[in-house]
Design a protein around this ligand. Structure first.
Ligand code: ADP
Ligand code: MG
Length: 548
């Protein structure tokens, strides 16, 4: 293993990396940083979550001369990704006190024009807004020495090729160009030929990127049973931070609503939500105000949400690549994670096709029973009572009820009262709110086989929508739901009552709640075996296929 120092980074940068908890470079960093520092153009191909930001960010920062004007431009497909890049680059550039500005559509261009005048050395943004700013002469690219295309395949899918070419044409020819992408369709290779000088192509193989740190399970189920199984899983597994993927926007809305009704701290994101709502949901999720994010594939693409312990594929993906992206939301940067995929009987072909690609078998899991879910919830409820009553501060707050308690005790049996209060803390599957999630059409049977014959052609199946349709917010490729997704989103009354958030429960059980927003990454540490593996739950994992 090469260290960051051996890659040739400066002392200042090394100190910054130590401060933010990067201990060892990831494979893509290890292979690209040296090349980029040596001045090469680089094409880096690696899946989401493999540390591409530092792969291009660190060498870029090294080159920049503070105070010498705009020298690096980073183009990213979405505002969220631009925001993430900005945040990371800012951290990397702290030592040199670099200014990193961000520009994207959907928010005041005047403000961004003002921001740009402050003399930033690095600008991050989305293609459309950059073009606007260039046309308004607010963005001067004449001194750019490094140009970065992040998530290039996604930008092309979204129809940004013309914008990107326009932008590139405004930069000096002798610039360095770094291009990062999860996949390498021909269109990307063409960019390499057209706009890059002898680019060095670095590819981190899929097998290295996924799977190894992720326990992958599947549950065979009928569509209408999925929701109850899901909430039981949540109760038993108590994920610290979970993402649930639904196939369509409509599905995401319905799941989010159902989860809220049952008392989970969940929010959904998809392309129909306006920008500020999406950003605020992401912020809440990162800040631990939410435990569950429900998302469509596209909404979640490339988002750096670290600390996700569980990924639930409520609907299996049609193409294998999306699957890899989804489960890559957990197990990020060397951490372990769990993924559970629901699959209906006639979708098994898709599951097999996915296994072929990842070269890993998914383990068939028997869903937890109602009783198991209840037992788990009851244990939590008891723990929470115990914790509250042994917490002197909390107990102090109860003193004010003394008189009323006396009155109640005069009238009722203490056991009855306690039982009633316990009931408020437990999730009882027998009395829980019934939630009806309308069926999604299952994927066509044998689709997996069909897909296989397409290989990795991303232009293929639905969900890839490689067509160049852009504009507005409808970037989600999951157009399957047509316009029907504008479901009633009201009625999210939070019925949590006395039910406590799961992080509290984790503490009760001696689980350390490890949040990632402290900027620390335990990259070289052991996989986090604090994550509850379903297997640990007393034999409700069963092998369904194969004879290992
Ligand atoms: P990508 O752009 O490939 O999707 P990111 O650059 O967003 O991946 O990195 C994913 C996560 O891993 C981020 O939280 C990032 O801070 C973290 N990370 C990246 N490189 C390292 C490293 N060398 N050590 C520890 N954490 C890292
Ligand atoms: Mg990235």
């Amino acid at each position: 293993m090469t260290t960051f120092k051996e890659l040739g980074l400066s002392e200042g940068t090394l100190e910054t990396l130590a401060a933010i908890g990067y201990e060892m470079p990831t494979p893509i960093q290890e292979q690209t940083i040296k090349l980029a520092l040596a001045g090469h153009d680089v094409i880096g191909q690696a899946q989401t979550g493999t540390g591409k930001t530092a792969a291009f960010g660190l060498p870029t920062i090294e080159k920049i001369v503070p105070g010498a004007g705009l020298q690096a431009l980073i183009i990213a497909p979405t505002r969220e990704l631009a925001v993430q890049n900005q945040e990371e680059l800012f951290k990397f550039g702290k030592d040199k006190k670099l200014k990193v500005r961000i520009v994207f559509g959907g928010s005041s261009i005047e403000r961004q024009i003002r921001d740009l005048k402050s003399g930033a050395e690095i600008v991050v943004g989305t293609p459309g807004r950059m073009v606007d700013l260039i046309k308004r002469k607010a963005l001067d690219l004449s001194k750019i020495t490094t140009l970065i295309l992040d998530e290039a395949d996604e930008m092309l899918n979204m129809g940004f090729l013309d914008d990107i070419e326009f932008i590139i044409a405004k930069t000096p020819e002798e610039r360095q160009t770094l291009l990062f992408s999860a996949t390498m369709p021909d269109a990307i290779k063409k960019i390499g030929v057209k706009f890059m000088r002898d680019p060095q192509h670095i590819k981190v193989k899929t097998s290295q990127m996924t799977a190894d740190q992720i326990e992958q399970f599947f549950i065979k189920t009928k569509d209408f049973e999925k929701f109850d199984i899901l909430t039981r899983l949540l109760d038993v597994q108590k994920p610290e931070l979970a993402i649930i993927f639904g196939r369509t926007k409509r599905r995401v809305d319905q799941l989010t609503r159902g989860l809220k009704i049952r008392g989970y701290r969940a929010e959904g994101i998809h392309g129909d939500l306006d920008q500020s709502k999406r950003l605020s949901v992401l912020k809440d999720f990162k800040a631990n105000h939410l435990d569950i994010l429900v998302a469509t594939d596209v909404a979640a693409r490339g988002l750096d949400i670290s600390g996700v312990t569980h990924v639930y594929n409520y609907d299996i993906t049609q193409d294998q690549e999306s699957y890899v992206h989804r489960i890559g939301r957990t197990g990020r940067a060397g951490k372990s994670g769990v993924s559970i995929t629901f699959v209906t009987y006639n979708e098994m072909g898709y599951l097999r096709a996915i296994e072929n690609l990842t070269k890993r078998e998914m383990i068939g899991m028997k869903p937890p029973t109602k009783e198991e879910a209840y037992a788990s919830s009851l244990a939590d409820a008891k723990n929470s009572v115990n914790r509250d009553l042994t917490d002197p501060e909390f107990a102090g707050k109860l003193a004010k009820f003394d008189k009323d308690v006396d009155a109640l005790l005069g009238e009722f049996d203490a056991r009855q009262i306690a039982a009633l209060l316990l009931q408020g803390r437990v999730k009882d599957p027998d009395t829980q709110e019934k939630v009806d999630i309308p069926a999604e059409k299952p994927l066509p049977a044998n689709g997996g086989d069909r897909f296989r014959s397409f290989g990795n052609n991303r232009g293929g199946g639905r969900g890839n929508g490689g067509s160049h349709n852009r504009g507005g917010n409808s970037r989600d490729r999951d157009r399957r739901d047509g316009g029907r997704n504008r479901d009633d989103r009201r009625g999210n009354d939070d019925r949590r009552g006395g039910y406590r958030g799961k992080n509290d429960r984790n503490k009760d059980q001696g689980y350390k709640v490890e949040r990632k927003n402290d900027g620390k990454r335990n990259f070289s540490k052991k996989p986090n075996n604090k994550i509850k593996q379903p297997g640990g739950k007393g034999g409700f994992v069963m092998r369904e296929r194969g004879n290992d």
